[in-house]
Design a binder for this molecule. Structure first.
Ligand code: P6P
Length: 334
C-alpha cells in the first residue's frame, strides 16, 4: 500500500512482492535508474552555466571534454545499469545498435533489456525548457546464458514489464509503472531522495488541452486537420487550449494531470511521424494505459504494433481516452 511522502526506495521494497516476476532484479534496475536520474538532473540543472563551465566540445577546467548533455545522459544511464549487473542488453536513441551486456562475466544470466531515450527534447536545454528521460523495460525472449539479439528489443509494447520517465522541470520527477498503476515521485534536491508525491496518477477521461506542432498543419493528413479545427470550434463547452512545449515528457505529464491530448501525426514531411516506437511511444503508451488513458497511431493501439526496426518511427496520439477516441474518429472518417 503506498502512502504519500514515502521514499521511492521504500515504495519499491513495499511493492516488490506485487510484481509477478519479483526476484529483486527489477527493483534493483529501477533503483539504478533512480541513481542515474539524480546524476543527470544535477548536470541538466547546471546547463544554464554553460558560459562558465563551457559548452559541449570545450574542455572544462579539469581539461575534461565537456560533453553534450544528451551524450552525457546516455553514458550515465548505460554506465549505471551496466555496473549494477542487472541488464543483459540496452538500446538507446544515442546508439546506432543495441549493446549486449555481459558485465563481470555473469555469462549473460541477467534477464532484462532496457530501451532508453536518455534526454528527450535536449534542444530545449539551451532555452531553459524542461526535458526528460524515457525508459522501457522488457524480459529477454532469447535463452538466458546467450548474448542478446535484436529479437529481445523488437517486442510489442504490450510485453513491457515496466516503463517510466524523468521530467527535469521546475521540479524533477520520476514517474513509472510496473503494470499496477502509475506513481510519481518528486526529487528533494536538498536531500537527494525521491518522495511519493503523485500516487495512482490517472488521465482525466476528457480534457481541454491539445498539444501539437501547428506549424506542420498544412502537411497533416486531412483527419488530423479536421480534428484540430474541431478543437478550435466555439461550439458547446469548447474551445480547447493549445499547449505545446516541444518536449514530449513535459506535454504528456501536464496532460496526464490536467487532461489533454498529445499528437505527433505523420505528415508529408515525416511519412511515419517523428517519434520513435521503442523508446518514446511504447513506454509513454504503457504509462498512458495504466493511467486510464489511451495511445494509438490514429488507427492501431501503439502497444499492439510489432516493431521491425530499432529506431522506427510511428505516428503518435496519446492522452485522455475520450479525446484520443475523438481524434481516431476524425482519422477514420476523413
Ligand atoms: P517538433 C523532441 O525532439 C521530441 O522528440 C519530443 O520531445 C517533442 O514533443 C517533439 O520532438 C518536438 O518536435 O518537430 O514539434 O519540434
Amino acid at each position: 500500500m503506498s502512502r504519500k511522502n514515502q521514499t521511492l526506495g521504500e515504495f519499491i521494497i513495499e511493492n516488490q512482492s506485487s510484481f509477478k516476476y519479483t526476484s529483486g532484479e527489477l527493483s534493483r534496475l529501477i533503483n539504478s535508474i533512480r541513481l542515474a536520474a539524480k546524476v543527470v538532473n544535477h548536470e541538466v540543472n547546471k546547463a544554464g552555466l554553460v558560459d562558465i563551465i563551457g559548452a559541449a566540445g570545450d574542455t572544462n577546467i579539469q581539461g575534461e571534454d565537456q560533453q553534450k548533455l544528451d551524450v552525457y545522459a546516455n553514458n550515465k544511464f548505460i554506465q549505471t545499469m551496466t555496473k549494477r549487473n542487472i541488464v543483459c542488453g540496452i538500446a538507446s536513441e544515442e546508439e546506432d545498435d543495441f549493446i549486449s551486456i555481459n558485465s563481470q562475466d555473469e555469462n549473460h544470466q541477467n534477464k532484462y533489456v532496457v530501451l532508453i531515450d536518455p534526454l528527450d527534447g535536449s534542444s530545449n536545454i539551451d532555452v531553459n525548457v524542461s526535458v526528460g528521460t524515457i525508459f522501457s523495460i522488457y524480459r529477454r525472449v532469447t535463452p538466458v546464458g546467450t548474448p542478446v539479439t535484436i529479437d529481445d528489443f523488437l517486442q510489442k509494447g504490450s510485453q513491457q514489464v515496466a516503463a517510466g520517465y524523468v521530467v527535469y522541470g521546475t521540479s524533477t520527477m520520476l514517474v513509472y509503472t510496473t503494470g499496477d498503476g502509475v506513481n510519481g515521485f518528486t526529487l528533494n534536491p536538498a536531500i537527494g531522495s525521491f518522495y511519493l508525491s503523485h500516487p495512482n496518477m490517472q488521465f482525466p477521461e476528457d480534457g481541454k488541452i491539445y498539444s501539437v506542432n501547428e506549424g506542420n498543419y498544412t502537411h497533416f493528413p486531412q483527419g488530423i486537420k479536421n480534428y484540430i479545427k474541431y478543437c478550435q470550434l466555439e461550439e458547446g463547452d469548447r474551445p480547447y487550449t493549445s499547449r505545446y512545449i516541444g518536449s514530449l515528457v513535459s506535454d504528456f505529464h501536464r496532460n496526464m494531470i490536467k487532461g489533454g491530448i498529445y499528437l505527433y501525426p505523420k505528415s508529408s514531411l515525416n511519412s511515419n511521424g517523428k517519434l520513435r516506437l521503442l523508446y518514446e511511444c511504447n513506454p509513454m503508451a504503457f504509462i498512458a494505459e495504466q493511467a486510464n488513458g489511451k495511445a494509438s497511431d490514429g488507427f492501431t493501439r501503439i502497444m499492439d504494433i510489432k516493431p521491425t526496426e530499432l529506431h522506427q518511427r510511428v505516428p503518435f496520439i496519446c492522452g485522455s481516452k475520450n479525446m484520443v477516441e475523438k481524434a481516431e474518429e476524425f482519422m477514420r472518417n476523413a
